[in-house]
Design a protein around this ligand. Sequence first.
Ligand code: BT5
Length: 325
Amino acid sequence: SISMKDEILKRLLAANGEAVSGQELADSLGVSRTAIWKHMQTLQEEGYIFETVKKKGYMLTGVPNSLSPTQIELFLNTKRFGREIHHFDVVDSTQTIAHKLAQEGAPNGTVIIAEDQTAGRGRMTRMWESTHGTGIWMTIIVRPDVSPQQASSFTLVVAVAVTMAIKTLYKNVEPAIKWPNDLLINGKKCTGILTEMQAEADLVQALLVGIGINANQVETDFSPDISDKATSLRLEAGEEINRAALVATILQYLEQFTDLFVNEGFASIKKLWEEMSCTIGQRIEVTTIRERFEGIASGITDEGVLQLTQADGTIRTIYSGDIKI
Ligand code: BT5
């Protein structure tokens, strides 16, 4: 159940920058104006900023930059995803914690989120830079009823969900999916996805969906290693990013697309993926663990496998690797 304080906050957020009358709040919530005022004091202590507009009421002008479960739940519209949230200040990697919680039976849709990772991981042995308080560093435990083989295209489903969320909240930002797990904005990496699996022979126990999003970094927050190829939503959208709202929106799209994926397969999402991708139609260079080759990325199969047309016309299928466009 939602507290009186959160209910007040919800109404102020819904007012979208307009003033909300204290008297109206008191009447509709059935409490005194003093009670409303006290809750406003508490909200202010939590970092919310209000202006009092004479004769009109309270106007919300700033929200705290926090990822606490209460913050996220304010924006959450899902049935299962994000209904259990573990929020940490500093962890080594949210993936490590997710692996442990999944083994202990954490429910489908459990979220592990941290302000800071000391050993954030990319694919293989690569590092993921996770500066304190600036980004969204989270892992979602997803338990889809699919085979391990089908689950191998899940990263593409996640990429579509995150792209949809970003486009919904920031109309002037146009993320493009770079196969398999990057979101680029204006050619720079803003998001990386890492999907790991706990499985038995033909049964997925859990997918550990790691999502790293640069939200509020400014140029100087990036290390020299990545400063010329990384960007943040704030740099691209030109405004401070409300991370809690973005997390909630991602969870909503992810729940929706996971259901679609489980019920109808990757084929049902393929078209959206192709529209959002900056890979298809491009000449690319592929590096796998064993070899390197090039060609035109000509499409993606119903199973989510990348197809490369080589100079001699032969088509190669690519299950994993890195590409250079
Ligand atoms: C990825 O790997 O892009 C997957 C990143 C997943 C991170 C999330 S955060 C929550 C969860 N917990 C974790 O420990 N990990 C997941 P990959 O495609 O291998 O890309 C890694 C490369 O991206 C690095 O070698 C750098 O070049 C670059 N990079 C590292 N940090 C970055 C950042 N913050 N922004 C942009 N690029 C970055």
